[in-house]
Design a protein. Structure first.
Length: 112
């Protein structure tokens, strides 16, 4: 599982049958400290996430197909499986971060 920030909705008038009844979200992968990493991806939302929320997602086809109840030829790779309330990091100094703290303050307006 990976951490990501939902940065938008994907709207389509026609979509693959495997996605019927599910929202598609644009997700920016982030580090535990909140810094963006890797390129954005489209994920099937199973938990009702919205833009600006920090989420847990899987990015592996077999796991995604199992979560969506699809067969081996199902068209899914990334799936949002949880909404993150906070991340607790244990280093030299005990640090506790809320989901809103994941983005440096100079970039926060992008996420809000």
């Amino acid at each position: 599982m990976f951490l990501g920030k939902v940065i938008g909705n994907i709207v389509s008038t026609i979509k693959n049958e495997d996605y019927k009844g599910h929202k598609l979200m644009l997700v920016q992968p982030v580090t535990p400290e909140g810094a963006p990493w890797k390129t954005t991806l489209i994920a099937v939302d199973l938990v009702g996430a919205g833009p600006g929320e920090t989420v847990l997602y899987v990015n592996e086809g077999n796991s995604a197909r199992q979560l969506l109840g699809l067969g081996k030829d199902g068209a899914a790779r990334a799936v949002i499986v949880g909404i993150v309330d906070e991340v607790e990091l244990e280093e030299e100094a005990h640090t506790r971060l809320r989901a809103a703290d994941f983005v440096p303050s100079d970039e926060r307006q992008i996420w809000e």
